[in-house]
Write a protein that binds this ligand. Structure first.
Ligand SMILES: Nc1nc2c(ncn2[C@@H]2O[C@H](COP(=O)(O)OP(=O)(O)O)[C@@H](O)[C@H]2O)c(=O)[nH]1
Ligand SMILES: [Mg+2]
Length: 392
C-alpha cells in the first residue's frame, strides 16, 4: 500500500528517513511521499533522505528553531499555530495516489508527542483516506516526564487516528545498552517490520505475483475499527538458489520429492507464524483478545505455499480468538522467509496500563493541591478505560 509518511519530531523524522532508505533498498514502493515536521532546526538538518522542501520547521516565532524541549503542551500549541505550513507541504504531494497517511512520532518528547495528535486530527478533517499513527513509547529509564508525556500523548493520539501502531522502545533495548545508543538498530527493526507489512500488495511490474495476494484493502480492513496495534515478526534465512525448488519440479530433478518439499514448506511457515506471534512484539501484549489480525508471509515464491499460510492463519484464529484473521503471501527475491503479523485492536497490554498508572501518580503529585484535578483523577481511576485528561 502507498503511504504518505509524516515524521513529527526527532524520532518521527528519523524513522521516516529510514523508511525512505528501506524503500530505496528493497523497491517496496510504500513511501509515496515523506515529510518531516519539527520545531528544532538541527533535527531537520540531520535527516539524510527526506527532500529539503519536505522538511517543515514550525514554531519559529515561539522557539526560534531551538525546539520545545520535552514540553509537549508547547509542542501541541506550535503545531496548531503552524498547521498551515504543514498543510502547504502536504498540498505539494499527490495525495490522490496515496492509500493512507502514516504519522510517526516518539510519544515521550515534546514536538512529536504534542504535535502528532494535532496533525492527525487536522488530516482527519480534510481527507477521506485513513490516518494511521506510528507511536514510539519511551524507555522507562528516560524518566518521569517522558512517561507522563507518553501517557497523555498516547491517549490523545489513539483517539485522533484510525489506528495507532505502537513500538515500545523499552522492550527493545539490548541488555547493557542504552536506548540512545541502539536507536539506529531499533529504527532498522521498525522499518523492516512495518515495511514488509505495508509492502504486501505493492507488487510492481515484472515482480512475481502472489498466490494469495494481500492488497491494500485487506490492510485497511484489518486496521479499521481503531484501537492499538502491535506487530510480530520472525524470519529465517533460505537459499536463493531456485534449482532445488520450483525449477526442479519442472525438470523432475528432485526425484519425486514434491510432497516432502511441500510438507517442509508448510512446516516452515507454520513454525515461523508461531515464532512471530509468540516472540517479541513491537508492543508486547497478550495476543488473546485481538480483534483483527493480518498474516503476511514474504520470501521467494518457492518457499511460500497456500497451505502453510492457511494453517498459520487458522492457528492465529485459535490463539487470538479473533474471527477476523486475514492472510496472504508477498513474494520477494530475498534470501529469507519472513512472517509479519499485524495484531489490531489488542486489549490486554500491560505496558499501557503501567504507563497510565505512572502518569496518574505523577499527575497526582504535581496537582495534589488542586481540588479540581483531584476530582478528575478520581473519575479517571473509576473510569473503565483509566482515561487521562487529553492534551487538547
Ligand atoms: N525508536 C526511536 N525512538 C527514538 C528515537 N529518538 C528518540 N526516540 C524516542 O522518542 C522520544 C521523543 O524524543 P524526540 O523524538 O527527540 O522528541 P521530539 O523531537 O521533541 O518529538 C524519546 O523519549 C525516545 O523514547 C529514534 O531515533 N528511534
Ligand atoms: Mg530529541
Amino acid at each position: 500500500m502507498k503511504l504518505a509518511m509524516i515524521g513529527f519530531g526527532q524520532a518521527g523524522g528519523k524513522i521516516v528517513d529510514r523508511f525512505l532508505d528501506y524503500d530505496d533498498r528493497t523497491n517496496s514502493g510504500i513511501v509515496r511521499a515523506a515529510i518531516a515536521v519539527n520545531s528544532a532546526k538541527a533535527d531537520l538538518m540531520g535527516l539524510e533522505n527526506i527532500p529539503q522542501e519536505n522538511r517543515v520547521l514550525i514554531g519559529q516565532a515561539r522557539v526560534k528553531g531551538h525546539g520545545v524541549g520535552a514540553d509537549n503542551e508547547l509542542g501541541a500549541e506550535v503545531a496548531e499555530e503552524d498547521i498551515d505550513e504543514v498543510q502547504n507541504a502536504i498540498d505539494a504531494i499527490p495525495t490522490h495516489e496515496v492509500d493512507a497517511f502514516l504519522v510517526v512520532a516518539g510519544m515521550g518528547g515534546g514536538t512529536g508527542s504534542g504535535g502528532a495528535p494535532v496533525l492527525a486530527k487536522h488530516l482527519k478533517r480534510i481527507y477521506t483516506i485513513p490516518v494511521y499513527g506510528l507511536g514510539v513509547l519511551p524507555g522507562t529509564d528516560e524518566g518521569g516526564i517522558y512517561t507522563l508525556n507518553a501517557a497523555r500523548s498516547f491517549q490523545t493520539f489513539v483517539r485522533e487516528v484510525d489506528n495507532l501502531l505502537v513500538f515500545d522502545n523499552d522492550s527493545w533495548r539490548q541488555t547493557g545498552e542504552s536506548v540512545e545508543g541502539g536507536y539506529d538498530q531499533i529504527n532498522e527493526e521498525i522499518v523492516r517490520r512495518f515495511g514488509i507489512l505495508f509492502g504486501a500488495g505493492e507488487v510492481g511490474d515484472g515482480q512475481e505475483v502472489a498466490e494469495s495476494v494481500v492488497d491494500s484493502s485487506e490492510i485497511i480492513n484489518t486496521l479499521s475499527g481503531g484501537g492499538v496495534s502491535t506487530v510480530g515478526f520472525a524470519s529465517e534465512e533460505v537459499d536463493l538458489n531456485t534449482s532445488g525448488g520450483l525449477l526442479s519440479r519442472f525438470t523432475g530433478d528432485d526425484g519425486g520429492n514434491d510432497n516432502l518439499d511441500a510438507a517442509n514448506t508448510t512446516n516452515r511457515i507454520t513454525s515461523l507464524v508461531r515464532k512471530a506471534a509468540l516472540g517479541r512484539l513491537t508492543l508486547p501484549c497478550e495476543i488473546e483478545g485481538t480483534e483483527r489480525a493480518l498474516l503476511v508471509l514474504s520470501g521467494p515464491s518457492e518457499y511460500l505455499n497456500r497451505k502453510g499460510i492457511e494453517r498459520g492463519r487458522k492457528w492465529l484464529e485459535e490463539e487470538t480468538g479473533s474471527m477476523e484473521v486475514r492472510g496472504g503471501d508477498f513474494p520477494r527475491q530475498e534470501p529469507e522467509v519472513a512472517a509479519a503479523i499485524l495484531l489490531s485492536g489488542v486489549t490486554n497490554v500491560p505496558r499501557i496500563k503501567r504507563l497510565q498508572q505512572v502518569a496518574i501518580e505523577a499527575q497526582d503529585n504535581i496537582d495534589d493541591i488542586q481540588q479540581e484535578s483531584e476530582e478528575n483523577l478520581e473519575s479517571l481511576v473509576e473510569d473503565d478505560e483509566d482515561e487521562l485528561e487529553p492534551l487538547f
